[in-house]
Design a protein. Structure first.
Lengths: 79, 353, 473
């Protein structure tokens, strides 16, 4: 029986060139680790950026995002 | 039980027999006089062979069901009369634009508007010239008998597949309602699935659409379609010639009008007039070659017999480039020109007593 | 350290959107924040998870989702505006093992194509409908939709939707769920994460219903159109959750999939023997050889017969029996009825033409060889069409002294009276048939062909009633 929960580490990878900057992920994130950046992508749209840490891998941003591949959530697993 | 292929059928019934023998899998339609026997017969016979009959909620639904079934790779048909066909035109344009095969039967009745249910031939322009939006044409077959109601329906399915285009069988209330003896053709098996079909047996992710936002792309599509129509004009003209070998005059008539004109030929010939009949079996493509051959062989004048306000006569004149006079003999409103009327009109024009 | 992908572009999408024109091949064409994208992802994910990509057909509507087939790695077809349920019906019936998804917007489904969705739902077609309700026409530039909220400003309701003039938003789930046939109807909102996750479940449930052939499922999605409504993400979610749900309450409106048996589809047959058995008529023993011809001179030319009377007297049946006789004796024959409303309680007539050659005009409207009149108006109307040397047979029970010409042959038969005496006035047509046969045998036929005519009548009667053609009079 597992008694001690291992701390899991997630990461939100944002493909800036596929983001249209609607901001839906920003308000979907319960941990407030996403924000709208100030740079423009290839489509000349602003795009969301991940704070670098704090993602809990809930997928809320992924399902809120209308673009197919703008957001990927990965879990960083120790070998 | 012994079976025979000789049968007495209404024209409308013969269409369904032809369709089933051609391997048609789906019938979608909405009742309308004088085409309803097609739906009645389909409702009775399609399910007996496990094939699909749906009485759709409206004409628009039925043509779109044809679109769907055809996209799925199945032989499908619908039938109606003029005003119902008017409603289907949107779908027909989509089918033509999506390059899908489809067979549509139009049993013409009197118009415009609600008109009446008597036979007319006044859907000629809407069917032969395109009908819906966009630069497209449909192959149009014009049966002149109950036998041809069956045979041309079979042909319609083959041509629809060959050219991936909607094909009309353009007929009228009188041929639809009348019974004649006919010989049923051999049954055909299931048409193999075309490679473009929306079916798991076909290459994955097939897609059928008629939208091309890029103007260059859409022009290319139109050019390709029109090449196809030129090909159809070259290959598919059909006409029956009756006593044309030595004819000095010729009737041009299709469908039920041609039956009256044929009897008029017999009667005028018995009085010594060298007159014949060219009966278009295809209206698109219009049998221009037969008409021009007639001109070359010495026909001096044409008489176009139709139950509309001079709709086919335009194609007669254009086909022969107005090299010979063409006289219109017509009735409208659901009246069929009688043999006597036709004979009198010819005699009056030629100054013969 | 290794990365394990938890959420990524669903495999129900093409990797690269090659069908999309222009340089952008990884993004969809929707505006930033559009609900279509959210729903597309849920569908693509379900298609991949359920492994149905190779047998799913998605019908793209007219509206913003018109290009849906650019993106989904399944079969796609583009529908005319509002007609998707009709197309879906046909595909579902012809490919009964496929998953058929009709993807529609509010103008498409609830306005121009409303009848189609209601009828497909009512038929219980095995299909899944995803209905995107964003309260506005997006693609055409922000006009009023059937689901636009009261007071909502659009291009075509510039002072706000007036319920006095344009009515109230149409409640699709409420309507569809009233039908008997549909198995699953739910309304969701593509707004905040909890609502999106409910929508995800609904998408999966509806698709599973189709996979299990449970019939008709419809899921409505309240969906954001932030560009047309000029809202940011937060305002958009608030509009969906607070304003729209007031008119369009979220929830399950119907869910009876578990109680329903799978939809049954027949299997088409193309077996030659079966088709022939179904379509080819029985060959009766009384047929004659193909080269048989009556030799009596009356048959050497085309014969035109006109039969007329009151609707219900069996005028068309009488003509039909004669036509069958002609067919059985190798004539080319045509039978042409009057038809339509006049047949229902008015006058009826038919023309029968026999010929050993091609039958020209099927209309017996001049020079008729035989005319049968079963009521006075028929005499008045048609006698002039009888040939000067033709034969008139009439029902003398109701018609007196028809004004025939000197060379015409006239037989008055008290057909209705005789039929009444035999117990059924409706048999007057049979009496007339008997009289016509008698007349032909006595006056027109060779000695050795008389018996054959009797046999032909008997055979024709058998065949005519065996096949039970639809005869209105």
């Amino acid at each position: 029986m597992e008694t001690e929960k291992k701390k899991r580490v997630f990461r939100c990878d944002i493909n800036g060139d596929e983001c249209k900057g609607c901001g839906r992920c920003v308000i979907a994130c319960p941990k407030h680790v996403l924000s709208m950046g100030t740079k423009l992508n290839k489509m000349s749209a602003p795009y969301a950026v991940y704070a670098g840490s704090g993602c809990i891998g809930c997928g809320g941003c992924f399902y809120s995002c209308p673009e197919p591949g703008a957001i990927t959530i990965v879990e960083e697993v120790q070998d | 039980m012994k079976r025979t292929n000789k049968i007495l059928l209404k024209g409308n019934e013969a269409v369904v027999y032809g369709a089933l023998l051609a391997g048609c899998e789906c019938y979608f339609g909405y009742p309308i006089t004088p085409a309803s026997e097609i739906a009645h017969t389909a409702a009775r016979l399609f399910p007996k062979l496990g094939r699909i009959f749906i009485q759709a909620e409206c004409e628009i639904a039925s043509i779109n069901m044809v679109l769907g079934a055809s996209a799925a790779g199945r032989r499908a048909m619908t039938a109606s009369s003029g005003l119902g066909i008017s409603l289907k035109q949107e779908g027909v344009s989509y089918i033509a634009g999506s390059e899908l095969p489809a067979v549509i039967i139009d049993v013409m009745r009197g118009g415009p508007g609600l008109g009446n249910i008597a036979p007319e031939q006044a859907d000629y322009n809407q069917i032969v010239k395109g009908g819906g939006h966009g630069s497209y044409k449909c192959i149009v077959l014009a049966p002149g008998s109950v036998q041809e109601m069956c045979d041309l329906t079979v042909l319609a399915f083959d041509l629809a597949d060959k050219y991936r285009t909607p094909v009309y069988v353009l007929t009228d209330g009188m041929i639809g309602q009348m019974m004649e003896k006919l010989e049923l053709p051999e049954p055909k098996g299931r048409r193999p699935l075309p490679e473009w079909a929306l079916n798991r047996e076909c290459p994955k992710a097939n897609c059928i659409a008629s939208i091309y936002l890029d103007t260059g792309d859409l022009e290319k599509v139109n050019i390709r379609l029109n090449k196809k129509y030129d090909e159809i004009k070259k290959n598919e003209q059909r006409a029956e010639e009756y006593h044309m070998e030595d004819a000095e005059y010729a009737f041009v008539a299709y469908g039920i009008s041609s039956r009256m004109a044929r009897t008029a030929v017999d009667e005028l010939r018995s009085e010594g007039m060298k007159i014949g009949l060219i009966r278009p079996q295809t209206l698109f493509p219009f049998p221009a070659d037969a008409l021009n051959r007639a001109v070359d062989r010495g026909v001096k004048e044409f008489f176009c017999v139709e139950m509309s306000n001079g709709q086919m006569i335009d194609d007669v004149k254009l086909s022969i480039e107005c090299r010979r006079p063409v006289t219109l003999i017509n009735r409208m409103g659901g009246n069929v020109p009688s043999v006597e009327e036709i004979i009198q009109a010819v005699k009056a024009k030629l100054g013969v007593k | 350290m290794a990365d394990v992908v938890k959420f990524a572009k669903p495999a129900g999408f093409f990797d690269t959107f090659v069908r999309r024109p222009g340089p952008i091949k990884k993004n969809m064409h929707y505006c930033p924040g559009c609900g279509h994208g959210i729903l597309h992802k849920l569908i693509a994910e379900a298609m991949a998870d359920f492994k149905i990509k190779d047998h799913t057909v998605l019908i793209a509507p007219v509206g913003c989702a018109v290009f849906a087939y650019y993106y989904f790695d399944c079969y796609g077809v583009s529908s005319p505006h509002g007609r998707a349920p009709a197309i879906a019906t046909a595909i579902s019936r012809t490919n009964p093992d496929d998953v058929v998804i009709s993807y529609q917007g509010d103008g498409d489904l609830a306005s121009i194509g409303f009848n189609h969705i209601l009828q497909a739902a009512n038929r219980g077609e095995n299909m899944t409908v995803f209905f995107v309700n964003n309260a506005i026409y997006g693609m055409t530039g922000g006009q009023m939709a059937p689901t636009t909220l009261p007071g909502q400003v659009t291009q075509t309701s510039p002072w706000g939707r007036s319920v006095e003039e344009t009515g109230y938003p149409i409640k699709v789930c409420e309507m569809i769920s009233q039908f008997e046939a549909p198995v699953y109807v739910e309304r969701c909102a593509l707004s905040t994460v909890p609502n999106i996750m409910k929508a995800r479940n609904a998408v999966r449930k509806a698709i599973q219903n189709s996979m299990n052939k449970k019939g008709f499922s419809l899921v409505e999605f309240l969906s954001g159109c932030p560009v047309n409504l000029k809202m940011n993400a937060e305002q958009m979610n608030a509009f969906l959750n607070e304003k729209m749900t007031k008119f369009f309450p979220l929830g399950v409106y119907k869910d009876v999939a578990d109680e329903r048996a799978p939809v049954h589809h027949p299997v088409p047959t193309f077996d030659r023997e079966k088709v022939i058995e179904t379509l080819y008529p029985q060959a009766f023993d009384h047929a004659v050889e193909d080269n048989f011809r009556y030799k009596s001179p009356v048959f050497q030319k085309e014969c035109k017969v006109k039969i007329s009377g009151f609707g219900g007297q069996g005028v068309l049946s009488l003509g039909h029996v004669m036509a069958v006789m002609g067919k059985l004796r190798n004539f080319n024959v045509s039978w042409l009825p009057s038809y339509g409303p006049e047949m229902r309680g008015g006058t009826a007539n038919c023309s029968v033409v026999f010929s050993h050659k091609h039958v020209g005009s099927p209309q017996a409207d001049y020079n008729c060889d035989l005319m049968i009149c079963m009521n006075q108006p028929s005499v008045d109307k048609f006698l002039g069409q009888l040939s000067p040397k033709g034969v008139l047979v009439y029902d003398a029970s109701t018609i007196s002294n028809p004004p025939t010409g000197p060379e015409q042959t006239v037989y008055g038969i008290r057909a209705s009276d005789i039929a009444a005496e035999m117990g059924n006035q409706k048999m007057a047509n049979s009496v007339i048939l008997g009289a016509v046969i008698q007349m032909m045998q006595e006056c027109l036929m060779n000695e050795d062909e008389k018996d054959d005519l009797d046999r032909a009548v008997e055979a024709a009667l058998n065949e005519s009633f065996a096949s039970k053609p639809e005869l209105a009079a």
